[in-house]
Design a protein around this ligand. Sequence first.
Ligand code: PGA
Length: 250
Amino acid sequence: MRERIIAGNWKMNKTVPEALELIETIKYELSRDDYKIVVCPPFTALYSVGGAVSGTPIALGAQNVFWEDRGAFTGEISPVMLADLGVEFVIVGHSERRRYFGETDEMINRKVRAVLAHKMRPILCVGETLEQREAGKTIDVVTHQLREALKGVSESEAKRLVIAYEPVWAIGTGRTATPLQAQAAHAFIREELNLMFGKEVGDQIPILYGGSVKPDNVADLTGMPDVDGALVGGASLKAESFIGIIENAQ
Ligand code: PGA
């Protein structure tokens, strides 16, 4: 059985007291264990939220990382620092990082490898823009993103990968991919992973869907055979909707 994961990406939201209030409610109301639950607070709340989830089944994730271990890189956070805080997952290559902060496939590849080298697990985000989808380029774009981001990743490291398919046109827009659109993209990503790492490894890599996941659409999405969970943005900021998503997932 492939692992199933629901991850909350809090993006640039929550002060420390707000983050603690949210995590305490999620912790208290969490009632199922067939999904691994991951919360990704901003860097400033990682330490406090890490303390709050320690000893619970909830895993700590970060939203970004730099690839060097240490040095004169003002403003950056290293994989060593994240591992030290008990971070298990790191979101890499989110479309907001690609779009607003100029992250290239090469930078994303360095980040993926740094996360793996420090025994954490990357949640690698891929996905096409609306323009690319309408031009029929979805498969080309996603193949390119996957191949570039995963260059130099070994078969044994690939066992720790998580992929998130996030069509850019569905992020924060209230517009969700239909379950069939998601399944088609996920099945295609799975084929690529199988080509890269062999079927035995590729078949075990969880592929999450992201983009306006809500309590009322999560069941149809996670009901698809290659949709192994969700990466949730906006709806992970309130305990009620995040718990609703977890409870309704298939
Ligand atoms: P959204 O964000 O759920 O607010 O669309 C998803 C994401 O960016 O990971």
